[in-house]
Write a protein that binds this ligand. Structure first.
Ligand code: DX5
Ligand code: ZN
Length: 217
């Protein structure tokens, strides 16, 4: 599978979301990564379905919605209706991961499962037939701009082996830069989320150069 780049809007200017979406699409983004935080599952708060719905008309790219909320199930329908194409839930966010994943597919959306850095790969062994994507966190979720945790590279390899020939993408989130991207791609990752490394510079030209630098690496 070709490697895709999914800029995290968390590092964009929230006062200019429509412009930032248009700029990042022209700069070469493949997907749009949207970080939803509830101040409970993670120690930060971002945005929810109304903001995603408002953003939806300004991009044709896939909306990759990363839910850092607990519980997630009561809100899945709202995120689907807001325009999410792929909805990912954390394995650590509740006791009924299989139910959450079934619910996402039941809404007609692609389903993803996320693992924090300290969660073993085996946590998703019995849900692999219910997912389109496995998202491995390479930082502790909650904030952009944190340092990449190298121990997760080994987990990428394990998950890749567990997936076998299933059509499941492996996405990496946290501390992705031109220096760290090659490590996870070599291990089997094919979607790279990048926030601070993509939005640094603050202009469309800078975004295009930043995305190209990750791709070239
Ligand atoms: C962290 C978020 C990430 C974050 C990545 O909780 O899930 O998507 O925006 O930011 P960088 O690329 O700056 O580490
Ligand atoms: Zn994320």
């Amino acid at each position: 599978m070709t490697t895709l780049i999914a800029p995290s809007m968390l590092s964009s200017n929230f006062a200019r979301l429509a412009d930032e979406l248009a700029a990042i699409e022209r700069a070469g983004a493949d997907w749009i990564h949207l970080d939803v935080m509830d101040g409970h599952f993670v120690p930060n708060i971002t945005f929810g379905p109304p903001v995603i719905k408002a953003m939806r008309p300004y991009s044709k790219l896939l909306f990759d919605v990363h839910l850092m909320i607990a519980p997630a199930d009561p809100f899945l329908e709202a995120f689907a209706e807001a325009g999410a194409d792929l909805i990912s839930v954390h394995a650590e966010a509740g006791p009924h991961l299989d139910r959450s994943l079934q619910a996402i597919r039941g809404l007609g959306k692609q389903a993803g499962v996320v693992l924090n850095p300290s969660t073993p790969a085996e946590a998703i062994e019995y849900v692999l037939d219910r997912v389109d994507l496995v998202l491995l966190m390479t930082v502790n979720p909650g904030f952009g701009g944190q340092a990449f945790i190298p121990a997760v590279v080994e987990k990428v390899k394990r998950v890749k082996a567990m997936i076998g020939d299933r059509p499941i993408r492996i996405e990496i989130d946290g501390g992705v830069t031109p220096e760290t991207a090659p490590l996870v791609v070599a291990a089997g990752a094919d979607v790279l989320v990048a926030g601070s490394a993509v939005f640094k510079g603050g202009t469309e030209d800078a975004y295009a150069k930043n995305i190209a630098a990750i791709r070239a690496s």
